[in-house]
Design a protein around this ligand. Structure first.
Ligand SMILES: C[S@@+](CC[C@H](N)C(=O)[O-])C[C@H]1O[C@@H](n2cnc3c(N)ncnc32)[C@H](O)[C@@H]1O
Length: 348
């Protein structure tokens, strides 16, 4: 039906998360032992397999009374083996989290000595980070559009490029000023899009839909904290099927990773974020294609549909949208703030 092009691996939105040979090599090369204060022991600090056959190679410990400065240096060295260029930042963010301080406090308190509990909590987070668990899951939160969303392994971590989708939804709502507006966020995950839109446009009726009950539980927790007196209504089901009324604005950041690209994702993503939030069939288009097919009786006259896509999917999704009946009056591609084709807009 649609021309299927030979695809390069997904090296756009998930580029920072794609497994690199370097990262994988480092990931496998962390079998060093620690003396309890982050110093490496064993011949030349190299692998010490004989002594550590039964030990978790990622395990890291800190001795009570280690100073902030010493803990940061030691943790960053250890993280450098697995999380590369973000090692220093990660070590600071995680220690600030443990101490319930901000990062600048750390720099002014290098001589502060860590308690036993602090050492254990920090060592646990650094060990998990060495196994490539995303920092947002370790912190249990992620900033999105100036708001703080609770996240865990039940939901995709909201990405900064998705903030553009919120900008486009808010622009559509303000174009309809004075009229009641119904918005549907399909594949709502943590509720980042739906809740942000509801906060910035309290006059709109916002629905957030997801097929994952687990994701909706996280979204509901975020709604209660961020919009306690209102906010979106969350609905469980497949794409637009649970929507109780046609929407003026349909927004969706649906899974779009092709099956064969999935195994090439960096382990931070592949091993921790929900597969249901990422994989979308042989071409990565299964969900988007089905959503487009559901549009005719779910979108209002003069409604708009805003979809986040992979840059390589721009042309094919544009063509799918142009072939819809009734035909949208406008179908256009939008680039994100880094210049990549990222959104498809349909207007009726
Ligand atoms: C890429 S995540 C996007 C999450 C969130 N909107 C964001 O931008 O951070 C895609 C979401 O779509 C949901 N999903 C997958 N298949 C679905 C379906 N058939 N119907 C509704 N939601 C679905 C997943 O559970 C996941 O929460």
């Amino acid at each position: 039906m649609y021309e299927r092009k030979e695809r390069p691996p997904e090296r756009d939105r998930f580029a920072p998360y794609l497994a690199s040979d370097r990262a994988e090599g480092l990931y496998n090369a962390s079998l060093r032992r620690d003396d309890g204060e982050g110093r490496q022991v064993g011949a030349g600090g190299g692998p010490n397999l004989e002594d550590n056959q039964d030990e978790d190679p990622f395990n890291w410990t800190l001795t009570t009374g280690t100073t902030v400065g010493r803990a940061l240096i030691s943790a960053a060295q250890r993280l450098g083996e697995t999380s590369g260029e973000t090692a220093r930042l990660d070590s600071q963010v995680l220690l600030a989290h443990v101490l319930k301080q901000n990062r600048s406090w750390l720099f002014a308190h290098h001589e502060h000595e860590l308690s036993d509990g602090d050492c254990r909590r920090y060592a646990d987070l650094i060990t998990r980070r060495r196994r490539r668990e995303p920092v947002a899951y370790l912190l249990g939160r992620k900033a999105f559009y100036g708001l703080e969303f609770g996240v865990d392994q039940r939901v995709l971590i909201p990405r900064p490029e998705t903030e553009l989708l919120v900008d486009l939804v808010l622009a559509q709502i303000s174009d309809r000023a004075g009229r009641p507006v119904v918005v549907a966020d399909v594949g709502t995950g943590s509720g980042a899009i739906a809740i942000t839109v509801a906060m910035h446009a309290p006059e709109a009726k916002v629905y957030g839909i997801d097929i994952s009950r687990d994701a909706l539980d996280v979204a509901e927790e975020n709604r209660r904290r961020l919009t306690p007196d209102g906010g979106p209504e969350f609905l469980e089901g497949d794409l637009l099927s649970p929507l109780p009324e046609p929407a003026d604005v349909i927004v969706a950041n649906l899974p779009y990773i092709a099956d064969e690209e999935y195994s090439g994702l960096q382990s931070d993503v592949r091993d921790y974020e929900p597969r249901l939030a990422l994989k979308a069939g042989a071409e990565g288009l299964d969900l988007i294609e089905r959503l487009l097919a559901q549009l005719p009786d779910r979108v209002q006259t003069r409604g708009a549909v805003l979809l986040e896509i992979s840059p390589r999917q721009g042309e094919v999704v544009q063509r799918m949208a142009q072939e819809l009946r009734p035909k949208p009056s406008y179908v256009g591609l939008r680039r994100d703030y880094s210049g990549q084709v990222r959104m498809v807009t349909l207007e009726y």
